[in-house]
Design a protein around this ligand. Sequence first.
Ligand SMILES: C[S@@+](CC[C@H](N)C(=O)[O-])C[C@H]1O[C@@H](n2cnc3c(N)ncnc32)[C@H](O)[C@@H]1O
Length: 232
Amino acid sequence: MTPPPEGRSCRSPEPVRPRWSPTGPLADARSGGAAYWEAAAATFDDAPDHGLRDPAVRAAWAARLRGWLPAPPAGLLDLGCGTGSLALLAAEAGHRVLGVDHAPAMIARARAKLAGHDARFLPGDAALPPVGEERFDTVLVRHVLWALPDPPAVLRHWAGLLAPGGRLVLIEGRWGEADPTGVAATELLACIRELGLGFRVHVEDLSGDPALWGREVSDERYALIAGLLGAA
Ligand SMILES: C[S@@+](CC[C@H](N)C(=O)[O-])C[C@H]1O[C@@H](n2cnc3c(N)ncnc32)[C@H](O)[C@@H]1O
């Protein structure tokens, strides 16, 4: 595995915690909290990479997940799970899923989508998920971390939710061209390195695979897998 180049540090010289891309076209999603996502739930799955309704898009995500997740059955915590599209792929692959989201309408859709599967869903804060003493083989987070206010603290907490040998699977990006919003892979990588957890990290580019998005994209999209990965 070749580590990607080092990026700029996520530590801020100011007392204020770093915030990735505080402005941009997705700023409402960041500042609007649960109310924004509650309102977005009804149409969330209309986007090809959200609803995964196109079999080709669905197959592309299923294939990537197979590569990122441990062998099933494994315990998976999906934070900011939205309508449960990735949770469903994981459950179909044989994993036990717990999804957490702060928007009740998202949770309701996820519960309906995964009815009959080994899956539970809880309302709660992705930054401090209400999982008690339960630990997970994988913490999966797609398109959520960028919007959370204190990434270093959140990442440290998520790392503490891992069972021995567990991994973080973080799918993030910098969306848009003129005024991109999100977190660059180099920033996230630097942030994880600075936590000093001894994690090995693998970054996979996702921009070059239009099957994941249902179209060609030219902004930065990636998955970052981090953990005490024996085979990494
Ligand atoms: C862009 S959507 C991604 C949904 C899902 N991860 C996916 O990839 O399809 C962001 C989701 O994160 C949830 N979310 C954002 N901030 C959250 C927080 N602090 N706690 C819990 N859920 C949060 C929103 O309600 C929304 O469902």
